[in-house]
Design a binder for this molecule. Structure first.
Ligand code: BG6
Length: 513
């Protein structure tokens, strides 16, 4: 019998006809994420009929070599395996390659010629989705050259299928601090209007993250208790068991604060704390997220000491295997002070959340990979039962973003028997058993949305600036204390003990996710 919950999983959304132009086509992201995502969109028949992918990079290679490399990437990283030969052969014919430096105008002359052929041969209708899978230092030069080569159509708010459009998708990190994020916003604003700029935070493309909005605003049960009267505190954890995975050079520049907290974690916080938007339009949703960011209590220097904990992993064991310390990783300074763990106590100073702490933490080389948002409700006002452990555990609603995606509600019950013995149990919803586990990857959703011009799951210019404004203050405080080395924690643990103290001071403790 067909599982009714699976209905709707078959995609019926397709993008507009377009060419996806990937700058940085030789990079890891293209092979691991972008092309496998496009291939999976092809499998679910979500790609438009008029479609092409064009890789742009410095290395000399022909179309055939590029296609072979992409095939290898898809074979390894696609969520659907093995590759379907019929789909691949069709998909592969849409892939092309243009060689050139990003600062050489000739590259754009060649790209233009290639795209004109593509329009004629593949019906891509002069629509271009430029994907900047390159470091931010390259954004400016690419955007300028695209404009000078006449490859950018103005504005994109046009009826679907009317005139040609150009859009640009920008990878994170979007800047390094508020000033550089503003400068990048200016780079894009000089050539594109905001509706054409799609700043990626791949967490927003995750099914479980999108479900936060549905869970909160399509159920009448939870919203009435989603505020300071009923919620004791909120915990958000983004824990990874992996280390920096050969990206030492990058990580030395970012640390966990700029890599995860400033973007992914703050987005989870926004979706948890935001007010209901007036509609699901991109701006309505983003307006509400920006309000949350503006309500965050600024991390004044005096607050950082009691509200922020850093850490750096030292040698230890993760999943039974010995793991090196951060400072022993390739391309990492042996005296690095970069933080690989951050925990913070954050306050959202508005009517709904006044006085409710949000404890957030993120880190590498923690005990296990888990991302979850846990809402802990207040204790019952009066205890009727004499429980042996002295009390009743408060209710907790845990939304597991990954892995083992699901939602669990913890509550107290009576154990069967003559005595009144209390026991915590959980009502547990699991995506895997309800819907099957092969859900679309974040990049599939995000690429398709960009092809359709839907920016709801992308960050707006003011959002990204507010995120940086908050994080900048934390860095200012660290600089003021001469950037003291972060406390160490053993790889495979849950971070430095100061992280536990942060909650213990308030009489609380981290959940064991
Ligand atoms: C990326 C970070 O944005 O997110 C990585 O740069 C991190 O350091 C990754 O590992 C985590 O993504 P996911 O989807 O595996 O949670």
């Amino acid at each position: 019998m067909e599982n009714p919950l699976r209905r709707g999983l078959v995609e019926d959304r397709t993008g507009d006809a377009c060419a996806v132009v990937i700058f940085g086509a030789s990079g890891d992201l293209t092979r691991r994420k972008l092309v496998p995502a496009l291939y999976n969109l092809a499998v679910s028949r979500s790609l438009p009929n008029g479609f092409a992918v064009v890789g742009v990079a410095r290395r000399e290679k022909d179309h055939a070599t590029f296609r072979a490399e992409m095939k290898e990437g898809v074979s390894k990283h696609s969520r659907r395996k093995p590759i379907d030969p019929a789909v691949w052969s069709d998909f592969e014919s849409a892939i092309g390659y243009v060689r050139g430096s990003f600062d050489d105008p000739q590259t754009y002359v060649d790209l233009r010629a290639h795209l004109e052929t593509t329009d004629a041969e593949r019906g891509t209708k002069k629509n271009r989705l430029f994907y900047l899978a390159v470091p931010p230092s390259e954004f400016g030069v690419i955007v300028k050259n695209l404009r000078d080569a006449g490859l950018v159509e103005p504005g994109s708010h046009r009826p679907r299928g009317a005139e040609a459009w150009s859009r640009v998708v920008v990878e994170k990190p979007f800047g390094d601090d508020l000033a550089s994020a503003r400068a990048l916003n200016d780079v894009f604003a000089g050539t594109f209007d905001e509706s054409q700029v799609f700043r990626i935070d791949h967490y927003l493309g995750k099914e479980t993250v999108q479900n936060l909005l549905v869970f909160r605003f399509a159920n009448s049960l939870f919203e009435p208790i989603w505020h300071r009267e009923h919620v004791d505190h909120v915990q958000i954890t983004v824990a990874e068991d992996i280390g920096v995975e050969g990206r030492g050079k990058f990580y030395e520049q970012t640390g966990v604060t700029k890599d995860i907290v400033e973007n992914h974690l703050m987005q989870l916080l926004c979706l948890t704390a935001m007010e209901p938007p007036i509609s699901l339009s991109a701006d309505a949703v983003r307006d509400e997220k920006v309000k949350v960011l503006r309500s965050l209590r600024p991390m004044e220097r005096s607050l950082v000491q009691n509200n922020v904990v850093r850490g750096q992993y030292a040698r230890g064991f993760v999943r039974g295997e010995e793991a090196p310390g951060y400072r022993e990783e390739p391309d990492v300074s042996p005296s690095s002070r970069v933080e690989t763990f951050l925990a913070m106590r954050v306050f959202v100073d508005n009517w709904r959340w006044s006085g409710v702490p949000f404890y957030v933490r993120a880190g590498k080389r923690l005990a296990r990979r888990v991302t979850e948002i846990a809402i802990q409700f207040k204790k019952v006002p009066h205890t009727l039962f004499r429980a042996p452990d002295g009390g009743i555990s408060p209710n907790v609603l845990a939304m597991r973003i990954q892995p083992d995606e699901g939602i669990a509600l913890r509550f107290t019950t009576k154990e069967p028997g003559q005595h009144t013995i209390l026991r915590d149990v959980a009502m547990d919803f699991r995506y895997g058993s309800a819907f099957g586990s092969n859900t679309p990857e974040a990049y599939e959703r995000l690429l398709l949305d960009a092809m359709r011009g839907d920016a709801t799951l992308f960050t707006r210019h003011d959002e990204v600036e507010e995120q940086w404004a908050y994080i900048d203050r934390v860095f200012e405080a660290w600089r003021a204390e001469a950037n003291a080395p972060p406390p160490l924690y053993t790889a495979g643990s849950w971070g430095p003990e100061q992280s536990d103290d942060l909650l213990a001071r308030d009489g609380r403790r981290w959940r064991k996710p």
